[in-house]
Design a protein around this ligand. Structure first.
Ligand SMILES: Nc1ncnc2c1ncn2[C@@H]1O[C@H](COP(=O)(O)OP(=O)(O)OP(=O)(O)O)[C@@H](O)[C@H]1O
Ligand SMILES: [Mg+2]
Length: 244
């Protein structure tokens, strides 16, 4: 706008300046707001990632299928205290338990821990395997069993106990833990039921396979079972079909 004209109409100029100032202020307010939101977001992220709870190991490959099982088990863990995934060797019990533990992490203030009992060779080994995998250090006066109990007692924890069939006689220990730790939940995997009081058995069926009596269809490739078979072959060269 020409200066002369502006000089003639001071009121108009003042109005323009006021408007410009207002716009600048609004912009500043927006910038400050965005900055604060970002700071808030960063704080939230830091709070989530530095939570002191246990976190189960993360599998390298994605879970194929089993979405319905994960959802139902996560839901059931809100009330059940002892669930056992029961199924044949290799059917996917450990893989499912890990997926459920990750999905249910937010439900347990102390997180979800994973202990593989396959390492124990005798019944007496079990407490030491648990101590080591949960990173518990007993005090000089404590036995291994007592140290586990006093560690678990105050915790709101999901504990995955893998390969329980390995030493079935040892699982009575789990009942003691559940009695002494009112906020503890156990998710076990086993080839056979544990036969413990209060146990909820969850028989795991194989992933559904296409009807092999039908003509092969391209849709087969989308089924979780075929993808798992393909993934197995790609990691084990001896399973790959030969090229001619
Ligand atoms: N739904 C799935 N998605 C991806 N990988 C899977 C799935 N189910 C099983 N697997 C893979 O198949 C293999 C066998 O599964 P897993 O170890 O869970 O079986 P298991 O029932 O625990 O066997 P075991 O009784 O020997 O302990 C693993 O490599 C696992 O990662
Ligand atoms: Mg297993």
């Amino acid at each position: 706008m020409p200066a002369l004209l502006l000089e003639r109409d001071r009121a108009l100029v003042e109005q323009f300046l006021a408007l410009a100032g207002q716009t600048r202020r609004e912009r500043q307010i927006t910038i400050t707001h965005t900055k604060q939101t970002r700071i808030q977001l960063v704080q939230e992220t830091v709070t989530t990632t530095t939570a002191p709870g246990h976190i189960p190991p993360a599998p390298l490959l994605p879970l194929l299928g089993r979405q319905a099982e994960v959802a139902e088990l996560v839901n059931r863990l809100q009330t059940a205290r002892l669930i056992t995934l029961v199924g044949a060797p290799g059917i996917g019990k450990t893989r499912l338990a890990l997926a459920v533990a990750h999905a249910a992490l937010g439900q347990f203030a102390d997180g979800a821990a994973f202990v593989s009992l396959a390492e124990a060779t005798t019944l007496d080994d079990i407490p030491y395997v648990v101590l080591r995998q949960l990173d518990i250090s007993p005090t000089p006066q404590q036995t291994a069993v007592a140290a586990i109990q006093s560690y678990l007692a105050p915790r709101h924890l999901l504990l995955v106990l893998d390969n329980c069939e390995h030493l079935l006689e040892g699982v009575t220990l789990f009942s003691d833990w559940l009695t002494h730790a009112p906020c503890l939940t156990l998710l076990c995997t086993s080839r056979t039921p544990l036969d413990l009081y209060g146990e909820q058995e969850w028989p795991l069926a194989p992933l559904p396979v296409p009807d092999l009596a039908q003509r092969p269809s391209p849709a087969w490739a989308d089924t979780a079972a075929m993808q798992l078979a393909g993934a197995g072959a790609s990691h084990r060269p001896h399973l790959r079909p030969e090229r001619r």
